[in-house]
Ligand binder design. Structure first.
Ligand code: 5GP
Length: 122
């Protein structure tokens, strides 16, 4: 079994939050940062992350105290989808763990759009 990093293990997203690593920010408030994915899977591909991880390395680590930030991430995804002009629809993805193809252990919501999506995913 592949180990999943613990909460004190920094990820690349910490450096994106602190702006040590540049990213194209499309939305920011005191709790959520949204920026363009460096390897876009569609004309629009944005990642939404909590600025404070608080143990939320992935969705499988969610506790009751995270309910507010989880709701904010999804609601902000809707706002950003509108801002990006995705009136025809979009895809929201949260990869979790090795089998879910998660590669960065700081929870993030993928917002993908601007092309026709397929279902079921691969
Ligand atoms: P995951 O596979 O964990 O669900 O998604 C991680 C995402 O982060 C990937 O889509 C990957 O392209 C994106 N990513 C990784 N490193 C960087 C980076 O330095 N900048 C940006 N903007 N995106 C990144």
């Amino acid at each position: 079994l592949a180990a999943t990093p613990s909460d004190d293990c920094p990820t690349i997203f910490d450096k994106i939050i602190s702006k040590e690593i540049p990213s194209t920010v499309v939305y920011e408030d005191d709790k959520v940062l949204a920026f363009r994915d460096i390897t876009p899977q569609g004309p629009v591909h944005i990642l939404l992350i909590p600025k404070v991880r608080d143990g939320l390395t992935g969705l499988s680590k969610a506790e009751e105290r995270h309910i507010d930030i989880l709701g904010r991430l999804l609601y902000t995804a809707k706002l950003v989808a509108k801002q990006e002009g995705l009136a025809e629809g979009f895809r929201i993805v949260i990869n979790d763990g090795p089998q879910g193809c998660q590669s960065v252990y700081h929870i993030h919501v993928h917002l993908i759009g601007g092309r026709q999506m397929n279902w079921p995913p691969g």
